[in-house]
Design a protein around this ligand. Structure first.
Ligand SMILES: Nc1ncnc2c1ncn2[C@@H]1O[C@H](COP(=O)(O)OP(=O)(O)OP(=O)(O)O)[C@@H](O)[C@H]1O
Ligand SMILES: [Mg+2]
Length: 763
């Protein structure tokens, strides 16, 4: 690399010396933020790793991200890092007196002012000392006792607390109603405020009826103006108070709702990303999206109906005693009606639940049809399948409509039956109350009746609401079930923190490995054994369906339920942390997805510390630089989702560049060059040797000509290994290989009149 190169952010990829020098250059210049200049893990990170290990969790320094790259890792960055690694962590400021009393299970990381860190392992309040351990102290080393003065020279109060994630609202907890309730309960403080406000509001609601009672009984009977004035003043104060409290309560509910929404969103997406690829292959996108959309109904229920009914219950607790105080006979009547309403609603629960399940099923099918059509629209248009898709859609819409109609008709009945009871509750009590008042000698009955009517209305509504809540819960229960059907599948790995993180070299060993896809009888791979040496170029050939892609999938850890062994550098692949494994792998498939954004963003794909010049080098290596530079905006050219403005070959070369940019130890090309035209394939092939330098490369290809350079070629057929050898050896001893080679080159022979593509000495 030239000196000029190191200064400017933009390099010249056409420069003869810079072309194709990606791997080592990138390695040397990119110091991820968690490392110091010498490439060692920074002391603060080492301290964190130490404590995490104490709790049985491995933190990966490669995953550390600083908010401001290049600076000393801050407490907040460290805590975020541990959090992403699946731990509970807090960045705190503590005083000496707190240190002495800090109750923490395990060591605490103290961040020193000079950028280093120490581990606080204990404290003695009587002796006014704390015990510190150096980050690099060997395991058995004694902690050093330090007093306040000495510590204050190096430490200004910053610390990071670390614990294993134990809360049931952890990322791995299954998605159930209990989990949701826990999530709500975490908001205990605002919920308590809401409760207090509601309780106060309920008490305030008693006042107006009581005031009316007094007005009717005292003011009207005895013409007492002074009492009226006093009551007016009380009413004004009560109303002002009520207004303010109501406002505050709605404000808090809004805040709590938004927070729950955010947490649910983050949790759901996090889990979705950790579902195994298998799941997505077996379920249409539309179905998944529909199921996940149900999560928002759940949130609405939690902060809407559930919360308001809960608050109404508080009101009931206050109002029912008052009701009995005013008139027990009428109170019993109200309660009797309420019980009847509840019975009606409960009677309809089970049939309603069944019909609602039909609605859910029909809606799921409908969404699946929609999703499939949108995703496959190119095929639909190309084959003119619109009428068929429309017919399918009509059918699904009709099914969903029928199911909804049936549900609605049944749901209408409890409503119909409840209405007269509800009316009786209000009007019946009034009539009976009037009757009682007529026979009443005290003269207070009229006022009481007024007051009672006002309260009864407030009681009836929450009681009915309570019964309806159960009905709603049925729907939400279904929604939870739907979301859970997606989210509660076994995740790819039990936790982000699980598994070893060995440094990858690239030696691969399949021994006696047998693997079948779920639901298939014949194994996709049958007692497969072969080795791939680190740093070698390894080709895989075989007929369609012979298991080539399956080998690549197993290497990526997509399917892990195989028998036999798959070892990477001697370590069982199942033991390796998945994220770590995939960071060391580069994979290019036949069909690659490009995200919306510029070409540069697509090549870098959000990976830290990479710049335009890295993207340019990777593009050059992948044979993409030339067409990118011809585009009007070069590397800033905007790609839409699904990349309509790129040809298949161009997309492919971008995907290769994207896989190359982070310098993977193992690069897998699964039919990656199949879509390329001969010219761009030649560009990539010419670079293959350079691409391959310093890494293990696995090339799956139908075109044998692109594999002739490989150190070893594996020939598979129907899941079995036929042979492993270099090209020339295979031509001599492997019949299937020879046949494939002859088939592909007969074509050439016909055109050129001789076997131009066959290397000399092979035929
Ligand atoms: N996700 C899957 N679920 C079930 N069976 C699968 C799945 N993927 C592949 N198979 C089956 O496993 C076998 C091997 O498939 P694989 O994709 O490995 O073949 P391949 O050699 O890559 O073929 P091609 O050259 O066509 O890409 C095939 O019989 C296929 O039907
Ligand atoms: Mg394949």
């Amino acid at each position: 690399m030239t000196a000029h190169h190191n200064q400017g952010p933009v390099s010249d990829p056409n420069h003869p010396k810079t072309a194709g020098k990606l791997p080592n250059e990138v390695k040397a210049r990119q110091i991820p933020t968690g490392f110091d200049e010498t490439g060692r893990v920074a002391p603060r990170l080492r301290a964190m790793i130490n404590v995490a290990r104490y709790h049985g969790v491995e933190l990966d320094p490669n995953e550390f991200r600083a908010a401001q790259p290049g600076s000393i890792p801050t407490a907040a960055d460290l805590s975020q890092w541990a959090h992403n690694g699946g731990m509970w962590s807090r960045a705190v400021r503590v005083r000496w007196s707190h240190l002495l009393r800090l109750e923490q299970n395990g060591p605490v990381v103290l961040l020193f002012s000079d950028g280093r860190a120490g581990l606080l392992t204990g404290a003695s309040a009587e002796r006014n000392l704390v015990f510190l351990k150096s980050v690099d102290a060997p395991d058995g080393a004694e902690a050093i006792a330090i007093d306040e003065l000495r510590l204050s020279r190096v430490w200004s109060g910053e610390a990071v607390l670390l614990r294993p994630q134990r809360s049931s609202v952890a990322a791995d907890a299954p998605f159930t109603l209990g989990w949701l309730v826990d999530l709500v309960r975490l908001e205990s403080k605002p919920l308590r405020d809401i409760g207090i406000a509601s309780f106060t509001l309920s008490i305030l609601t008693i006042l107006p009826p009581l005031i009316v009672m007094t007005v009717v009984n005292k003011v009207l009977q005895y013409n007492s103006i002074s009492t009226l004035a006093l009551l007016s003043a009380v009413i004004v104060v009560v109303f002002a108070y009520e207004t303010l409290l109501g406002h505050a309560r709605r404000l808090i509910i809004n805040v709590v709702g938004t927070r729950l929404d955010t947490k649910l969103n983050l949790h759901v997406f996090g889990r979705l990303l950790r579902l195994p690829l298998d799941y997505f292959e077996r379920h249409p996108a539309g179905e998944t999206l529909y199921h996940l959309a149900q999560v928002y109904r759940i949130r609405e229920f939690l902060t809407g109906k559930l919360l308001s009914t809960f608050l109404d219950l508080i009101t009931l607790c206050v109002l029912i005693p008052v009701m009995f105080y005013i008139n027990a006979t009428l109170a019993w009547m109200v309660l009797g009606c309420a019980v009847m309403i509840m019975l009606i609603i409960f009677a309809f629960l089970a049939p309603l639940r069944r019909r609602y399940q039909h609605v859910v099923d029909a809606e799921t099918w409908k969404s699946a049809a929609l999703g499939e059509t949108v995703v496959g629209i190119k095929t639909v248009k190309a084959l003119g399948l619109e009428p068929q898709r429309k017919a399918l859609w009509d059918e699904r819409v009709a099914d969903a409509g029928k199911a909804r109609l049936a549900f609605g008709q049944l749901a209408n009945w409890p409503q119909t039956l409840v209405t007269p009871v509800e009316r009786t509750m209000v009007l019946g009590t009034m009539l009976i109350g009037a009757y009682l008042a007529m026979n009443d000698k005290t003269g207070y009955m009229v006022g009481s009746l007024f007051a009672f009517m006002m309260i009864a209305q407030r009681v009836a509504q929450p009681l009915v609401g309570l019964a309806k809540l159960v009905e709603d819960y049925e729907e939400v229960g279904a929604a939870i079930g739907e979301a859970a059907s997606v989210l509660n599948r076994p995740l790819e790995s039990s936790s982000n923190s699980a598994g070893l993180r060995p440094k990858l070299v690239g030696e691969i060993q399949f021994s006696d490995l047998t693997f079948s896809y779920i639901g298939t009888k014949t194994p996709a791979l049958d007692r497969v054994s072969f080795d791939i040496a680190a740093g070698s170029m390894f080709g895989i050939v075989g007929r369609s369906g012979s298991g080539k892609s399956t080998i690549a999938r197993l290497l990526q850890g997509i399917n892990r339920d195989y028998s036999g062994f798959l070892k990477l550098d001697g370590v069982d692949l199942k033991e390796i942390n998945l994220r770590h494994l995939r960071q060391g792998l580069g994979v290019v498939l036949q069909d690659n997805f490009l995200f919306r954004g510029s070409i540069r963003d697509n090549i870098i794909a959000g990976r830290q510390g990479l710049t335009l010049s890295d993207a340019m080098r990777a593009a050059h290596l992948a044979g993409a630089a030339e067409f990118i530079e011809r585009m009007p905006n070069g590397y800033d050219t905007y790609i839409e989702e699904g990349s309509p403005n790129l040809s298949g070959g161009q997309k492919q070369r971008l995907a290769i560049a994207r896989a190359l940019i982070h310098d993977p130890t193992i690069l897998i090309l699964d039919e990656a060059t199949s879509a390329l035209d001969p010219e761009s394939e030649a560009v990539v092939s010419a670079n293959l040797m350079r691409i391959a330098s310093g890494r293990t490369m696995i090339i799956v290809s139908h075109r044998l000509a692109s594999l002739t350079e490989c150190d070893q070629i594996l020939v598979v057929d129907q899941g079995k290994v036929l042979d492993v050898a270099p090209h020339s050896v295979l031509l001599e001893r492997c019949g299937v290989y020879r046949q494939l080679w002859a088939q592909q080159n007969r074509h050439l022979e016909g055109r050129h009149g001789r076997l131009a593509a066959v290397p000399p000495g092979l035929m």
